[in-house]
Ligand binder design. Structure first.
Ligand SMILES: Nc1ncnc2c1ncn2[C@@H]1O[C@H](COP(=O)(O)OP(=O)(O)OP(=O)(O)O)[C@@H](O)[C@H]1O
Ligand SMILES: [Mg+2]
Length: 238
């Protein structure tokens, strides 16, 4: 379970990017995080993973997000970042995929096997021995997703997972997301993807939590979405 209690994040001395957020996410939940550009979605993930200082209290499975607990917290959380360049830092895709599991004590052979399985599931086995700086944007996105899945974390955080993906790979990603029983938080502007993968939605506007409830209800509420700088999912337009 993830719990935010009165969480505020301020960058520099500007207006807070998150204002007194309070919410709970139960084990096994799939929650879409939506909001216009700058609403605070990425900031929420960064606070949760201990990458940013915050006021208030965040716990993951009752462990407080605090410096001394970060190794344990990060082991529970798999974070697919909005920008895959920040995530893929080894020369080759397979190096990144093996690095995490080996770091957590798995043999190289076992980690290699797991990497192969995940690459196969995502139909990107051909990327295994490619250099990260010599693959396309969408390929890198898929490789970054594969790297996180290979860690088998208890909780998955996806920041714009479908950006850069072609329609076929986007559909494949939706199927993969739906096949995962882990707790998932998915920040996205792709509201159709959110509808297809999440039962609940959290709506942010200027760092405030404006709605948290049924995905179907929130994502069909034209007035609520428009008041918060969003539009209906494509399937409900016209
Ligand atoms: N490193 C930073 N320093 C200062 N302000 C920042 C920084 N990163 C983000 N912000 C500000 O914090 C607010 C929230 O940004 P955040 O990246 O969380 O938004 P977002 O909802 O993820 O947006 P997007 O949909 O564009 O990814 C914005 O006003 C942004 O300008
Ligand atoms: Mg963002």
């Amino acid at each position: 379970m993830i719990v935010f209690e009165n969480v505020t994040v301020a960058y520099d001395r500007g207006a807070p990017a998150l204002h007194s957020l309070d919410f709970e996410i139960k084990d096994g939940a799939a929650v879409g995080i939506i909001g216009a550009n700058g609403a605070g979605k990425t900031t929420l993930f960064k606070a949760l993973t201990g990458l940013l200082p915050f006021e208030g209290r965040i716990t993951v499975n009752s462990v407080e997000v605090a410096k001394k607990n970060l190794p344990g917290i990060r082991k529970m959380l798999g974070y697919v970042m909005q920008n895959s360049d920040n995530q893929m830092f080894m020369p080759k895709v397979s190096d990144d995929m093996i690095f995490g599991p080996v770091n957590y004590g798995m043999s190289r052979e076992e980690a290699g096997k797991r990497a192969d399985e995940v690459l196969g599931k995502l139909n990107i086995s051909y990327l295994r021995d490619r250099y990260n700086h010599k693959i396309s944007g969408g390929e890198k996105r898929l490789a970054a997703i594969a790297t996180v899945l290979a860690m088998e974390p208890e909780i998955l955080l996806f920041d714009e997972p479908s950006s850069a993906l072609d329609p076929k790979n986007r559909r494949m990603l939706i199927n993969i997301l739906n096949s995962l029983g882990e707790t998932k938080l998915i920040a996205s502007h792709d509201l159709d993807l959110v509808l297809d993968t999440c039962r609940e939605v959290m709506l942010l506007n200027e760092g405030r939590l404006c709605a948290f409830g049924s995905a179907k209800e929130i994502l069909t509420d034209k007035a609520l979405l428009e008041a918060n700088g969003l539009e209906l999912p494509l399937r409900y337009q016209n």
